[in-house]
Design a protein around this ligand. Structure first.
Ligand code: PHE
Length: 453
């Protein structure tokens, strides 16, 4: 299959940062920080983002670039052009398939949350949430109680995603979403100024940045690691696919650093924006609905809040759509490479599976209300199993492949571009071989210990 390349260096950045930026930053980050008690967890998260996440991200880009293939095909080690990778071993093929499976299931629950965002775009636009209008809790309850509405919104979202990927126009969408992102970031900063003028700001800063390590639990390490993978799009094979479009004018370690840095900054801004409102709310909202229960409160207090609200949810929706396109594309490009089927066939088949899986989280708070695992709803459980168990394992599988199977001279060629990066090469290898696997194993054992006790 012929691979296109990014026309410009900017094109790659827009796409890679666009893939990292999404619901992970604005929806999931505040949710898990609340669950894990604030500052100490934030610190752990930042540490892992740079010490483990960034090296793994670089590894995936290198894998894609040097094999010019998506994850499964790269791991299957077949002959690609003049490059003959190592002999395929079934184990690595399974790792590749596992990442594709994880990506497909993540897409299905990502689509449900994207549907929530869509609901807020509509509610904001028709003025339901203007000052004196509906209470934000009421809007969330409408959604919570009406599973069919959630399913309808999920299918609209998946349909849009499928159409873009089936037509193969995702690069076009990536581009204009990329241009929109700076505007979104500017909007977040304007909103931040508003949120920081709330009287609870000091408490929010303390909550976010003062590390109280007694708040950490045995699940915190895996939660921080899982979220790093999720927010940096690691372990999905999606960065491998992006890497496969890179050319020699891209410096991979620099690209990895920039993506990790920007993504982390955006999450911190999201936290600063949301926590003053969380702490001002009676009974401190928590759970996966934090974003949706807090932001409308801010908009109701602002001059021109409705306009800001529509702009915020619309930008968030476009970011979520862009992320979903990236997720589906990662699945589709692998299916196409592996089975040599047409793009549209692969897209509709993958989309249909994602829709079927999404039925469970979409109906989790209504039809399946009675179903709970350790006190968690279906949606929270899917999130937990995927992000805290499967995703770190998928990321680890890819890292180990890069370390053990990708020939050394290829890694070195992509990594060492100047003397500074040459010095870091040894450290990077150490992370790929020992540190990342070590942290994943310790995190999983700690998480398991909570079940045994
Ligand atoms: N990183 C995205 C987010 O934070 C999720 C994502 C993962 C998107 C993989 C594309 C590919 O929302």
């Amino acid at each position: 299959m012929k691979r296109v390349s990014w026309g410009t260096r900017l094109g790659f950045y827009l796409a890679a940062i666009g893939s990292a930026f999404g619901l992970g930053n604005l929806w999931r980050f505040p949710y898990i920080v609340t669950e894990n008690g604030g500052g100490a967890f934030v610190l752990l998260y930042i540490f892992l983002a740079f010490v483990v996440g960034m090296p793994l991200l670089i590894g995936e880009l290198i894998l894609g670039k040097s094999t010019r293939k998506g994850a499964v095909a790269a791991l299957a080690g077949e002959r690609v052009g003049s490059i003959v990778a190592n002999k395929p071993k079934p184990l690595w093929r399974w790792v590749g398939l596992f990442t594709v499976l994880v990506t497909l299931i993540v897409l299905s629950y990502y689509a449900v949350i994207s549907g929530w965002v869509l609901h807020y775009v509509v509610r904001m636009s028709v003025g339901s949430l203007r000052p004196g209008g509906y209470d934000p809790i009421r809007i969330m309850n409408i959604l919570r109680e009406n599973g069919w509405l959630q399913l309808a919104l999920t299918s609209v979202h998946l349909l849009l995603t499928i159409v873009v990927v089936a037509k193969g126009i995702e690069h076009g969408v990536e581009k204009w979403v990329g241009y929109l992102m700076p505007a979104f970031i500017a909007l977040l900063i304007v909103l931040l100024v508003q949120a920081l003028s709330l009287p609870t700001t000091a408490n929010a800063l303390r909550f976010l940045f003062y590390p109280d390590f007694s708040k950490l639990t045995s699940a915190s390490l895996i939660q921080a690691l899982g979220h790093v993978c999720f927010t940096l799009s690691i372990g999905f094979g999606s960065m491998v696919t992006f890497g496969s479009y890179l050319t020699d004018k891209h410096l991979i370690p620099t690209a990895g650093f920039r993506v990790a840095f920007l993504d982390t900054m955006i999450s911190l801004v999201a936290g600063l924006l949301i926590f003053p409102i969380v702490l001002a709310s009676p009974g401190h909202v928590s759970g996966p609905e934090v974003l949706f229960l807090t932001m409308p409160v801010l908009f109701q207090q602002m001059d021109g809040g409705t306009v800001f609200g529509v702009a915020f949810f619309l930008c968030l929706y476009l970011a979520a759509l862009n992320a979903s396109i990236g997720l589906l594309e990662a699945v589709v490009s692998n299916v196409m490479d592996r089975f040599q089927v047409k793009r549209s066939t692969a897209t509709w088949a993958a989309g249909a599976i994602a829709f079927t899986v999404s039925i469970f989280p979409a109906l989790g708070s209504s039809v399946f209300r009675q179903v709970s695992f350790h006190g968690r709803t279906v949606l929270e459980s899917v999130d937990d199993v995927l992000i805290n168990w499967m995703l770190p394992l998928a990321a680890l599988g890819l890292a180990l492949y890069v370390f053990h199977k990708l020939p050394n001279e290829k890694k070195m060629r992509e990594f060492t571009i100047d003397t500074a990066s040459a010095k870091l090469y040894g450290n990077w290898l150490f992370v790929m071989q020992w540190l990342a696997p070590g942290i994943v194993v310790v995190a999983i054992l700690l998480h398991l210990s909570a079940f045994i006790r």
